[in-house]
Every structure is written in structure tokens, then in C-alpha cells.
Design a protein around this ligand. Sequence first.
Ligand code: HEC
Length: 280
Amino acid sequence: MTTSAPARVRIASALLVAALGLAAGCQQKMATQPAPRPYEESTLFADNQSARPLERGVIHRNQPVDDDPLVAWLTADGKNPKPVPGWKEAVDPNGQSGPSPGAPTDVKNFVNEFPFQITETDLKRGQVMYNAVCAECHGGAGYGNGKIVERGYLKPPSYHTDPAGKAKDDAHLNGKQDHALPVGYSRGFDRWGKQVAIKDVPVGYIFQVITWGFGGMPSHAVQLANPADRWRVIAYIRALQLSQDAPAADLSPEAKKELDKAGERSHDHGDAHRRARPRR
Ligand code: HEC
């Protein structure tokens, strides 16, 4: 038996329609299969939850445990900070709150050692991450003058103190016009009545600021998901601080010569001889 050409086309299109129908049927079944989300209501288990409760002590596969030195930035004092005399009256006269873990009431609250030996490779990685994640606000050299700040974001404190100790941190008025910190001082410690220069805050404090954020600065734990990178950034901040405030006596003879030449050029003899502070 032979079929005419138009009839063949008709059979082919009938088959195609049937195949499409079947395919649609399959897709329908896949779309409605039971695929509950974790802890969604479900009749599968007696407690009407789709997932089983986590076993005690379960951790996320990438989660560092609390006593892992890589994420242990608080000392015993820092986990249970003592109230600071006078603070409650000044800041929270009617409230019940005391300092919570991590409150910068004292430099002793934070570890002041890196949890691993910092190598030159670590410093270079710290530099890359600092430039990618912090410099847009804190500025390439850490003066708090990043591009985002130029466009109106709250100015962070400088990482460097004014050599003459006179300049004031004008973004930090704490609601009181007469209360401006000297440039380069920690606003976090100041809240608890302590004046600590950022170059003297313990490294663990900077780790906390990166991890939790502070005031107008959001947490950067996501940007620096590997805690080791946070320590590397901190090491780079220490290098930046040293770069702006190294005693001239610590320089190599060649660097000292360069500095003296630069000092003569800028006619800034006193400052150049006393401090290896490159001009900005
Ligand atoms: C989006 C802008 C922004 C970025 C990005 C940013 N910061 Fe900050 N940072 C701030 C601001 C603003 C403050 C001051 C907050 C305040 O006074 O409320 C601050 C404050 C700080 C302080 C001082 C806290 C104190 O006690 O005074 C440190 C240390 C710090 N940042 C470290 C970092 C590091 C390290 C990074 C990168 C991992 C970083 N910041 C990224 C905006 C930023």
C-alpha cells in the first residue's frame, strides 16, 4: 500500500503532536513530585516536619569551630567584658544592658597575635584583598579617603595618627560637637571611654570589625569568606601603618639616603629626619 505525500505529512504531524503531549505529561509529573524544602510542613514524619532535627554539635562543612585559632579573636576577658565605670551613666542610664561579648572596653579583650606566621606571600595576598575590599572606603594608604567617601559615605577613621597630634577626626562627633577624637583613633574603643590609636588596637579587634562590621561599616565576612584572608588584610594594614610612621633609624642605609634626598627636595628637614613619612 502506498500513501500520498499529503497523507504522510498528516501522519507525521499527528505523531509530533502525540510526542509533544507525552513530553508535556512527563514534565508535569517532574514538576509536581514531592520535593519539600528543609523544615517545611510535611506529613512524612510524625512531627510534621520535612527534615530531621540536626544532631547536637553538627557544623556546616566549611564552618570553623569557635575555638579554632583562625576565628578565635576574643580573649577570656573579651567573651565576658567587665562594665566600665561611668559608661552606663553616660550611655545607657535606664537600660539593663551591660557590655556584650566583643565590646571594646579594654585592649585586653582581644588577641594581639596572628594565628599563623605571616609570610611575604600572605602580605601580598593581604594587599590584593585590601585594595579590592577596603580601599574604596579606607583609601589606598588608609587615610579614610576612599572613592566612596568622596561621594558622601561616612568617612572612616584614618589608620594613621597625625604626627603633631593636632588634627581632629571631624567625621566623629558622636552627637557632641565638642567631642572630636584626634585623627587615627578607634571610635569603637572611644565609645567605651578608651582612647586607643588604630595603630595600637589589637589585631583581634580589627578581625572583629571585619567580621561583624562596626557602626556605619557593614560586615565584610562575605567578601573575605576565608578567615585567613582577614588576618592577611590586617597584616597589610599593619604594613601600611608602618609605611607612614617608621623611625628613620630603622631604614637601610640606601633608603635613608633616598629619604634625606627627598627631605632636601621638600625643604622639610625636621620632619623628614625624624620620621620616614613619605609625603601624601
Ligand atoms: C563601605 C565602606 C567601607 C568598607 C568597604 C570598609 N570599611 Fe571599615 N569603616 C567604614 C566606616 C564608615 C567606618 C567608621 C564607622 C563608624 O564610625 O560608624 C569604618 C571603620 C573601620 C575601622 C575602625 C573601627 C574603630 O574602632 O574606629 C576599622 C579597623 C576598619 N573599618 C577596617 C576595615 C577593613 C579591614 C575593611 C576591609 C576588609 C573595611 N574596613 C572595609 C567603612 C568601610
